[in-house]
Design a binder for this molecule. Sequence first.
Ligand SMILES: *Cc1c(COP(=O)(O)O)cnc(C)c1O
Length: 460
Amino acid sequence: MSNPFRALPSITQLLEHPILVAARDQHSSDAITAAARAEVEALRTALAAGTSPNLDLAAAAERVASRLASAAVPAIRTVINATGIVLHTNLGRSPLHEDAARAAYEAGRSYLNLELDLTTGIRSSRQDAVRAGIRAITGAEAATAVNNCAAATVIVLRALATQREVIVSRGQLIEIGGSFRIPDIMAVSGATLREVGTTNITRLADYEAAIGPNTAAIMRVHTSNYRVRGFTKAVELPELVLLGKKHNLPVIDDAGSGQAVDLAPFGLQGEPLVSAGIAAGANLVLFSGDKLLGGPQAGIIAGKANHIARIERDPLMRAFRLDKMTLAALEATLRLYRDPAKALREIPTLRMLTTPPEELQRRSEAFAERLRTIPGVTVEVRNDVAYVGGGSLPDVAVPTVVLAVTVVGLSEAELAARLRTGTPAVVGRVQEGKLLLDLRAVFPRQEDELAGAIQKTSEG
Ligand SMILES: *Cc1c(COP(=O)(O)O)cnc(C)c1O
């Protein structure tokens, strides 16, 4: 029997093939050689595994060319979010307002007064850029910001409670996803978790009984991504604040989602307002920048000036501080809240979450009509529900409108996969044998691309 490895194309043969000679216009010779090597290696592995790959030279050269093409596509790219989940953590949570995106872009491509007071010529703090905006939405006397709410929790606990106890209700020992679990965060920060109460019932007396000489703080954690229902009792923040005052202990409120304008009138009830914790007298309130606030990833810390100063002196501040682009985007986002009506209207996260069902219906009907002109595509407009995502409002099913799309000759899984791997990538929901596309989190400017992507799947 002949040695099948002899039939492998050589690197030289591949490099001289006209397809790869033509590729030299667009790719460096190093890149072409590397792609050719990878292809020959893949063929060798396939042969060794006993399969019979196509060893034809032209076919192999084509595959090298497609390796080059896919290597040229950035790993991170735009996705059209047709899931209806506005705060989709896997899709980057909040898309920025144009002002915020532009601010980040300008900060990225220029020098800026990041840590320089231009009036005095003296070094300043980068945090100054966002303090006023955070104070305005929270009502706090002082504020700072770090990379995310997880980092905010760590640095707050370190600054206030290293080697001492922090009291938390057992009903609030959350896991946010990834590896954010309150007990683990507590351990990392050097504070000792003092659990009180039970999963469903925690009383003020439970907190009080746990207070001792080694207690550093009382913490309330908003149960962002779950709710404890039924026979329950939790102690509200104002009561915890009174208890804290009585024992001279700071109260920390991990509010999570960062709701700065009231979304309850839009049927989105259950997330705390970022001003509520401060109004209730909490010493520190923590929340994310990229959940309901609608800004960049950040962890915002608002509260008493002495605590904020202590947090900023912690060596971890250097490791957790925001970069210039994020700071610029956060400042711009906070600026939009000077006019809450404008914030609701213009911040993408808020606009998408508060889109009235009638408007979504109209938009979906019009888009469905457009898709129906593509041969092989059928579309049905249906009512459905969507969730907010990002660990916010876990029990609020938001009424929404979806397009149930089918393309002749494609299963729903194939259709979903083609859309996901296309350019631009489109992510929808597969449910009961249909691909569902929700326009809620699709920008109107993306509709042409979305229609184009669906047309492409129908062309095979
Ligand atoms: C989301 C959330 C966090 C984590 O915030 P990140 O900004 O994602 O790090 C922490 N605590 C609560 C209560 C949350 O809801």
